[in-house]
Design a binder for this molecule. Structure first.
Ligand code: ADP
Ligand code: MG
Length: 292
């Protein structure tokens, strides 16, 4: 699937150590957050990154747009090396970031000014900025709110404005670091739908870090992180059937897989690659000899 020429992001033996000590009790060593990560993400792919707290997901994400630099190993965005300071602008044009807390990402007092902030800093002509801002706000369903004050919006709406801000840069790729973690169910649903549409309708490469397994069900590939390493890569079907491994790594599995797995422990013989309720119901009905 991914090949070198079409890769948007490539990491080779990427390591990252924070200067502050880990909690091992040895003050002389830093925290090794990434331990030799090799990966390649193709243009247009939708990749989900799963892993328990502290496994290195956010550190990895920050390498993808040169917010952090490797201590050893290399990260390329297309052919730009993130270690090369002269490439930072080109890298940030290509890879946008959306973080967990929408309040930390809002920089202006009016929605449309907020979305215009990054393109203005790039020196893009005003008419072009106007168009980009309007397009981005329409894409996230926030055009009607363009003259509103961001701080009066709901969490989900603020996060949609943050996504519009990333989109206004017309990036190849957006990295979402737990974008729904602070949202209510409606906000989550809206944001997830937009993330899917960015990929399906605009062809944006999506890298989604999440704790919500259902958000990863429709992606192309899942990367599982543990202790600073990518320990498993596969399609959602391949990953979620590894119930035992996921549980050992402190991760959930989708509810449907959990149900099928528990039924199998009780003596059934059901496939574990039914990821939606419909698929699970069909698998159970088939097993019971019931036609639906
Ligand atoms: P995740 O996003 O998967 O929770 P992080 O990448 O945030 O993981 O963290 C990986 C490891 O690096 C953890 O042990 C964390 O405590 C440590 N870490 C993260 N950010 C910093 C920082 N700014 N300074 C020192 N240690 C950090
Ligand atoms: Mg994190």
């Amino acid at each position: 699937m991914a090949n070198v020429n079409k890769a948007i992001i490539t990491a080779v033996k990427l390591t990252h150590t924070y200067a502050s000590p880990d909690n091992s009790g040895d003050e002389s060593v830093g925290t090794q957050a990434l331990r030799g990560v090799d990966l390649e993400i193709a243009k247009g792919e939708f990749v989900a990154v799963l892993g328990h707290n502290g496994s290195g997901k956010s550190t990895l994400a920050r390498h993808f747009n040169a917010l952090l630099k490797p201590d050893s190993g290399t990260v390329f965005v297309e052919n730009f090396n993130t270690a090369d300071d002269d490439s930072t602008i080109e890298i940030r044009r290509r890879v946008g970031m959306v973080f967990q807390n929408p309040d930390n990402q809002i920089v202006a007092n009016v929605v449309e000014e907020d979305v215009a902030f990054a393109p203005e800093n790039l020196g893009i002509p005003p008419a072009e900025i106007r168009k980009r801002v309007d397009d981005a706000l329409r894409t996230v369903g926030m055009y009607e709110y363009r003259e509103h004050a961001p701080h009066l919006l709901s969490g989900g709406q603020k996060q949609r404005v943050a996504i519009a801000g990333a989109l206004a840069m017309q990036p190849e790729c957006i990295v979402f670091d737990e974008p729904t973690a602070m949202l209510d169910p409606q906000g989550r649903e809206d944001v997830v739908a937009i993330i899917r549409a960015l990929r399906d309708e605009l062809g944006v490469t999506v890298i989604l870090i999440t704790h919500h397994m259902e958000e990863a069900i429709n992606c192309d590939r899942i990367f599982i992180m543990n202790e600073g390493e990518v320990v498993k890569v596969g399609t959602p079907q391949e990953i979620f059937r590894e119930v035992k491994l996921l549980r050992e790594l402190g991760l959930d599995v989708p509810d449907t897989v959990e149900l099928l797995y528990d039924l199998n422990q009780a003596g059934f013989n059901l496939p574990l690659d039914a990821l939606t309720e419909d698929e699970a119901a069909a698998a159970i009905a088939l097993n019971l000899g019931v036609s639906r």
